[in-house]
Design a protein around this ligand. Structure first.
Ligand SMILES: [Zn+2]
Length: 395
């Protein structure tokens, strides 16, 4: 495995790891398959002051303007959104409006970004509005962009962004089924985010042709358990065995009989299969996580921590292994423990964190799906392996 691949893989792990419990367990599922969904873009930025747009695109609201070429800037000028054409030093205000709606033109994706080095391309419709003014400072709240996108393009972008070009078609199809499954209860939500808290959605650049073929073949099928959409968890690499949902996410996942622990050495090609070792100064660990080594109270059959006792500022509490892992990632960086199978040891003036795999370890192991696909398993067989008792929706 080349060094570059390792980097991609680490990125993958981080992207997949944070599939949070926010998504878990709505009372009832909306059954309708959404044909299109709303996604709030650039959610990883605390605040977007300016948006840049590169033509071609069409402004459809407040007035229709067909734009062939050029660069445009959108800012909140205190009372409305101001759209300005920028050409060298020349600036020309095109319009001002409370919100601006932009559409792709002749299926050429709209290029948009919060700065010129982070431009992304999106199909569909983009609605730019102003966030509420900050009451304390009186400052403008910045800009909000929501992409109305066909669910096919969304699934293709997510699957393309979460996999590498080396992935086998059946592994891509298994992934596409999981993304469709996760969309099914979203009909009630006004919009979803574009970060790891939901699914990472980086726009049209990730719709590779082999991914489009895979998504097409899946034909919007979902993963079902007793005829209802399953909770479609996935992670980058389990490094030997996946975990039961209840052991990672707690009692809420207990009723989900298909989130079982299954052996998996099919993910051996993943650079995260082995042990990742990271050291950090004791002072940093003490300040951010705990006064001393967390005491492991219970591990599951995949050797992931179920519960640990943590002392912080003299106060003792019991956390799930997953909660502690989230803290490590959020406060110390996601490279410290890419996978939820981790150990923490104090060695002299340092803490050493060892982990294997990437992501939370529940549901489908992505690199395992790739390994099974290489052994000629179909996407349905792959999914039934990682989610025992489920079926793929019939057509
Ligand atoms: Zn695996």
């Amino acid at each position: 495995m080349k060094r570059g691949n390792l980097k991609i893989e680490l990125l993958l792990a981080l992207k997949l790891s944070l599939f949070l419990v926010l998504f878990l367990f709505p009372d009832s599922f909306a059954w309708a398959h959404p044909s299109s969904i709303y996604v709030s873009l650039f959610q990883s930025r605390p605040r977007v002051e300016t948006l840049y747009l590169r033509a071609p695109f069409v402004i459809t609201n407040p007035i229709r303007v067909v734009v062939g070429d050029g660069l445009f800037e959108l800012v909140d000028d205190g009372g409305a959104i101001r759209v300005t054409q920028v050409s060298g030093k020349k600036r020309r205000v095109i319009l001002r409006a409370p919100h601006v709606v932009i559409s792709d033109r002749s299926r050429a994706a709209v290029e948009i970004g919060p700065d010129l080095t982070h431009m992304r391309k999106y199909y569909g419709q983009l609605t730019v509005s102003r966030r509420p003014v900050d009451r304390q400072t009186g400052r403008s709240g910045g800009l909000n962009v929501v992409n109305l996108i066909d669910s096919f393009n969304y699934v293709a972008s997510v699957v393309g962004g979460e996999t590498t070009p080396a992935f086998h078609k059946e592994a891509l199809k298994a992934h596409a089924v999981l993304v469709y499954t996760r969309l099914s209860p979203k009909g009630r939500h006004p919009s979803i985010g574009d970060t790891t808290e939901e699914m990472v959605y980086l726009g049209a650049q990730h719709e590779r042709s082999e991914v489009i073929d895979a998504v097409n073949e899946v034909d919007r099928r979902r993963l079902l358990f007793h005829e209802r959409p399953a909770q479609a968890f996935f992670h980058a690499c389990c490094a030997g065995r996946t975990s039961r949902g209840a052991d990672i996410f707690g009692d809420n996942a207990k009723a989900l009989a298909y989130l079982q622990s299954v052996p998996c050495t099919f993910c051996k090609d993943s650079p995260l299969y082995g042990t990742t070792t990271r050291q950090l100064p004791a002072a940093v660990f003490n300040r951010e996580i705990a006064d001393s080594e967390p005491q492991v109270l219970q591990v599951d059959q995949a050797k992931r921590i179920v519960r640990a006792q943590v002392r912080k500022n003299g106060k003792v509490s019991v956390l799930s292994g997953y909660q502690l892992w989230l803290q490590i990632g959020q406060k110390l960086g996601w490279d410290k423990a890419p996978g939820t199978r981790y150990q923490i040891e104090k060695t002299g003036n340092n803490y050493t964190i060892k982990s294997s795999g990437g992501g939370h370890g529940v549901g489908m192991c992505q690199w395992g799906a790739q390994g099974l696909a290489k052994q000629n398993k179909s996407y349905a067989e792959i999914l039934q392996y990682y989610f025992p008792g489920t079926t793929v929706e019939k057509r």
